[in-house]
Design a protein around this ligand. Structure first.
Ligand code: PMP
Length: 387
């Protein structure tokens, strides 16, 4: 094969950006296989049969790309869980929330008619890596990633157009983030991938202008690539629909059918999937916390319990990730400390933080989690011996 040896700059972005994107994508370790046992127990109600002649057209009978039946299930689901207000809201689908998030940035930055300079896209540190990577990769004239939201707080250039990503619960640290910036020119995209009882207390239904959800962290079907946005403004909605049309000529009808079948099964089981997911995550956190309680070297994020309207109790957070800190000054490269113990995490700097931090995924299969705890136990016990 002919492999051109000098293609990098022709792509129009800096080789360092490309490297960073490749590194951070090399292991998709947020795979939510912890939900697999639930689906094994509900394999009949969630099964699909699709004949060869089914669903061949680009669109549905109403000439849109979006299944109205699926939309109405999504409304029902949010009402049942009480995690978002969806009445009188528009809904857009995409290939995972990944595509929906980029559609949202395009839609909101198109509103910038008053200014020549690109919309400033920010997120508070630690931020979800993809929010930065997408902006840098798309390299658009319309928007530019400008780092930590805090550094733009109280700056007086009120005329600049800004988009703030607010990830709540946050990836990597699980906190219910709130927006840092405010003002007439600040638009917010709430990434609510983890706003389900699996991972967090639900204090109240979210009611922001633009909220993004995903099947990936709700049912665990990350590979189906299905996400959605709940939107208040009709113009923003229309722009996002246009984006989907130009970007991919719609959304896979197979993915929509799969999502429909899964959400239908979820709703038929009442609180079933939430009970299973919360119980699993809670047990994992208890084991992880017990293991690390013996350590002076490694610490976990601490989030105060909150009232959960879904369970009607004050409860602990049970985030999808551990945001681990290596406490010792000399452990500047916490990733390497864990790697030496055969534990693969994700470096703090990918989230805009220091490398004293590492993110560990807690939503993988039970085997993966058991091995993680086993290896952490060994690491912690060696620390005792070294004392
Ligand atoms: N937002 C956040 C905060 C995430 O953690 C993830 C997945 N790790 C996504 C969005 C993207 O998920 P998907 O494209 O599978 O919906």
């Amino acid at each position: 094969h002919f492999i051109p040896h000098c293609t990098v700059n022709a792509d129009g972005y800096h080789p360092a950006t490309l490297d960073m994107i490749n590194n951070s994508m090399s292991s998709v370790n947020g795979d939510p296989l912890f939900l697999e046992p639930f689906w094994m127990q509900h394999s009949t109600s969630s099964a699909l049969v699709v004949s060869g002649w089914n669903r061949m057209s680009y669109t549905y009978s109403d000439h849109t790309f979006f299944s109205q039946q699926l939309k109405s299930l999504i409304h029902k689901l949010h009402t049942f869980v009480g995690n978002a207000i969806t009445r009188n809201r528009y809904i857009v689908f995409g290939a995972g929330s990944t595509q929906v998030l980029s559609a949202a940035v395009y839609a909101l930055s198109l509103q910038n008619t008053s200014s020549q300079s690109p919309t400033r896209v920010v997120a508070s540190i630690p931020y979800y890596t993809l929010h930065k990577n997408q902006m840098e990769y798309f390299n658009s004239e319309k928007f530019k990633f400008e780092g930590d939201a805090y550094t733009w707080k109280n700056r007086s250039d009120g005329s600049a157009n800004v988009i703030e990503f607010v990830t709540a619960p946050n990836n990597p640290d699980g906190r219910l983030n709130e927006a840092i910036l405010d003002g007439p020119n600040v638009k917010k995209i709430y990434d609510r991938a983890y706003y389900w009882p699996h991972f967090t207390p639900i204090p109240a239904p979210a009611d922001e202008d633009l909220m993004v959800f995903t099947l990936s962290k709700l049912t665990g079907h990350a590979g189906s690539r299905f996400g959605w946005a709940v939107i208040k403004d009709e113009t923003v909605f229309n722009r996002m629909v246009t984006h989907m049309q130009i970007n991919s000529l719609g959304v896979s009808k197979d993915a929509q059918f799969r999502a429909f079948k899964l959400l239908k099964a979820v709703l038929e089981e009442g609180t079933g999937i939430f009970d299973f997911a919360y119980r699993t995550m809670k047990t994992r956190w208890e084991r992880l916390a017990a293991t690390l309680s013996l350590s002076n070297r490694l610490s976990l994020q601490k989030i105060n319990p909150q009232y959960c309207s879904f369970y009607n109790v004050v409860r602990e957070f049970s985030p999808a990730y551990a945001w681990l800190k290596c406490e010792r000054e000399e452990d500047k490269d916490c990733y390497a400390v864990l790697k030496a113990a055969n534990i693969i995490g994700r470096q703090g700097n990918l989230f805009g933080s220091e490398d004293h931090y590492v993110r560990l995924s807690l939503i993988r299969s039970q085997d993966d989690f058991d091995i993680l705890v086993e290896r952490l136990q060994i690491l912690v016990s060696e620390e005792d011996r070294a004392k």
